[in-house]
Design a protein around this ligand. Sequence first.
Ligand SMILES: *Cc1c(COP(=O)(O)O)cnc(C)c1O
Length: 366
Amino acid sequence: MIKFLDLQKINLVHQQEIENALLEVFRSGWYLLGERLKNFEKNLASYIGSSQAIGVANGLDALRLILKAYIELGFMKVGDEIIVPANTYIASILAISDNGLVPVLVEPNIDNYNIDISKIEEKITPKTKGILIVHLYGRIIFSEELQQLAIKHDLKIIEDNAQTIGAEWGGKKSGNLGDAAGFSFYPGKNLGALGDAGAITTNDETLAATIRALANYGSNQKYVNIYQGLNSRLDEIQAAVLDVKLQYIDSENEIRRKIAKRFVSEINNPKIILPEYPENELEHVWHVFIIRSGNRELLQNYLAENAVQTLIHYPIPPHKQEAYKEWNNLSFPISEKIHDEVLSLPISPVLDENEVSKIIAVLNQY
Ligand SMILES: *Cc1c(COP(=O)(O)O)cnc(C)c1O
């Protein structure tokens, strides 16, 4: 059976280094806000090319904290609107509504599954204060046009970079394209911790200082609280593990690209719609490899019978979730079509050549 994602295998590649790092933290007696976190923040900022990186507890908190900081700084207020793709993982949208901001959904582009930039401007109102772009499935969404739109309407561009660490656009890494970015190091992400973890990158020092305080009870000095903050810390154990794995992210993303390239060039079944392989391959780090089929259930069952495990990212669009009942009657046909048809194939740095060949053969026989 080819697993969708073999996390044990992915982490055992770095067994010695990770075990040494874990042991060092354990023996140090220092578990929060220590040297390991400082090192990881420094290395992450340097990798992304941003001046600031802040470790936090998870990816949802990273996005929540960016918006909360913009509210504290007066750039946004409760009731303001944030543009977001209609087909994202729900966390992007939760981060907005949790802050009392209003998510405004925009349809994706069927060719790359990312927000359709040409449909953003019609959704901008006097209340719009930001665009939360989501580099979905590992592919960057960015353009000059988007930048110009943000300048024209004085909007913050916030990147949900949970799925796309290491991708590049115009010589810059994702996470350094907008005003601030949220990262998730959930175990299954391209850079995965051994539990929950997240981070924020930005070049805005005031924003960074505000986020740092907000993530630590609203405190910038022990027992002095300037905001009503939260507790969202990246612990020393996760920081130490992430620091080890960060060294290998480029080579691991490169393996994902090689696999994606094989899938795209060797799967040739007309019943299966393949993803676009971007002209500039650095724009994609293939967090998931999405195929589409009009009869997904049949295809998924067939693959399971042939020992290929697949997942669906994601089966229900946010506007059809009970959590957002007020949107249930809205219509986003492109997003709905994507949610009805997508299927994610196994792809990871430990998927070997034979497994890739087998997946291709099974799909071509379907
Ligand atoms: C994983 C993910 C998140 C949330 O990350 P957590 O660490 O699970 O909180 C946010 N946005 C997207 C697009 C994600 O894939």
